[in-house]
Design a binder for this molecule. Structure first.
Ligand code: DC
Length: 226
């Protein structure tokens, strides 16, 4: 099989991972894989069944009844398919963000999803974003970048994003939720959010999108023949 290239982008919620990764994937002709969306789909599925994301027994009992698929439309946008149903829009709420964070702490959930993520990277050049891509999912990725920003900047971005989508969002509430999610994601036992040793850290607090894209292009260009 021909060599495929992988760019791993990890970091906390609201650091700009998906916006930037989508842009770069388009420029490079790579697949963009948003792994958070997979955990969100699991959380949404369990939520519909009324299973608490903290209920380890319930999660284990029902996870086998879920089939998750990632598909791409003609514009390259990733869609999440839950047991045959497209739930791409439904999983983008603050409630599901919190539940995805809790659900992702269960070993059984992470195990089920691991091969699925690796398989995409085996078959295609990818830019994959998440929390454990450089550390666990693709430890041999050609480029690893850790995108971060202050919680205040991330909360502001997330609030604006939710409002732009027509959802209600208050900065103070979003900030609290981001701080809580950071804590959960960095303190769980399995595959917590942390920077891989060979990752390059990029703080986007003071940068606009163009600034981040330019910085990333430079980092990627030094590692991958473009
Ligand atoms: O990237 P996101 O905000 O859509 O992710 C939602 C949650 O999913 C996040 O709080 C933690 C979990 N997640 C994970 O544990 N590992 C990943 N690779 C991606 C997301």
């Amino acid at each position: 099989m021909a060599k495929t290239y992988a760019i791993a982008i990890d970091g906390p919620a609201g650091a700009g991972k998906s916006t930037i990764a989508k842009r770069l994937a388009k420029e490079l002709g790579y697949y963009y894989v948003d792994t958070g969306a997979i955990y969100r789909t699991v959380a949404y599925f369990l939520d519909l069944l009324g299973v608490s994301p903290k209920d380890a027994d319930g999660v284990e009992r029902y996870i086998d009844e879920l089939t998750v698929q990632i598909t791409y439309d003609e514009e390259g946008k990733q869609h999440m398919i839950m047991n045959g149903m497209d739930v791409t829009g439904e999983i983008r709420t603050q409630d599901i963000s919190q539940k995805a964070s809790l659900v992702s702490a269960h070993a059984v959930v992470r195990e089920v999803l691991l091969d699925m993520q690796r398989d995409v990277a085996k078959a295609h050049n990818v830019i994959m974003d998440g929390r454990d891509i450089g550390t666990v999912v693709l430890p041999k990725a050609d480029v690893k970048i850790f995108l971060t920003a202050t919680p205040e900047v991330r909360a502001r971005r997330r609030t604006d994003e939710l409002i732009a989508k027509g959802q209600q969002a208050e900065y103070e509430v979003v900030l609290k939720e981001i701080i809580q999610r950071d804590y959960q994601d960095t303190h769980r036992e399995i595959a917590p959010l942390k920077m891989a040793r060979d990752s390059i850290k990029l703080d986007t607090s003071e940068l606009d999108i163009e600034g981040v894209v330019a910085a990333m292009q430079k980092i990627i260009g030094e590692k991958i023949p473009l």
